[in-house]
Design a protein around this ligand. Structure first.
Ligand code: MD6
Ligand code: FE
Length: 199
């Protein structure tokens, strides 16, 4: 991808069962929901969070919050195994000492998409972003530092990890509308975990 952006094929496979069973606990207190963007569009991706900080959208903007607006309580704690996966994947991509304090969990169904965006709600852009894909394959779009820059397409499969930081930290990216190609374990869905240092 770029000089500081990597796809680690299958890196999360040994963690897949633990990630999936943790979701049950997370969604019991912080369910997946479709947030409304500042522009008034309802996101086709459903999301929840775990960890100290959770990423949210509403009519006021995009930001991190220590409380889940669903019930005003903190987000579920980040399971230790999530931290370990994110930390190890960061090392594999050359980013040392990464300790995530936010894990955004995105759930895609057939047709769900994520339009081109930059991840820029974090307090500093020094830390990398580690993104884990489970379930159905997706076509990831990876662009440049301007929205109109040319994008490349990368197919992400169950267990793949995307890691980026450094000079690639603010590149535009998105996900094309998901095709219904059911996965043997997850069926017609894709789950993405995005680990950040938000605070
Ligand atoms: C997704 N991922 O893969 C959405 N952001 O479903 C992201 O928006 C993302 O994968 C920053 C870095 C890696 C990502
Ligand atoms: Fe992103």
């Amino acid at each position: 991808m770029g000089s500081s952006a990597f796809v680690l094929r299958g890196f999360a496979l040994p963690y897949a069962d633990a990630l999936l069973s943790a979701i049950t606990g997370i969604e019991a207190s912080s369910p997946f929901r479709h947030m409304v963007t500042p522009g008034g569009f309802t996101m086709s991706v459903a999301l929840t969070n775990c960890g100290k900080w959770g990423w949210i959208a509403d009519r006021r903007g995009y930001r991190y919050s220590g409380l889940d607006p669903h019930h005003g309580q903190p987000w579920p704690a980040m399971p230790k195994i999530f931290e370990k996966l994110a930390h190890e994947a960061a090392i594999a991509a050359g980013f040392n000492d990464f300790v995530p304090d936010a894990c955004l969990v995105n759930r895609y169904l057939p047709g769900s998409r994520l339009s081109l965006h930059q991840d820029k709600n974090e307090r500093d852009f020094e830390a990398p972003i580690i993104s884990v894909s489970l379930g159905m394959m997706a076509t990831f779009l990876f662009g440049g530092n301007e929205r109109t820059d040319k994008t490349i397409k990368i197919t992400l499969y169950h267990g793949d990890v995307v890691a980026w930081g450094g000079k690639d930290r603010l590149r535009y990216h998105g996900v094309m509308p998901l095709k219904d190609q059911p996965h043997p374990v997850l069926g017609s869905q894709r789950i993405n975990f995005t680990f950040r240092k938000a605070g």
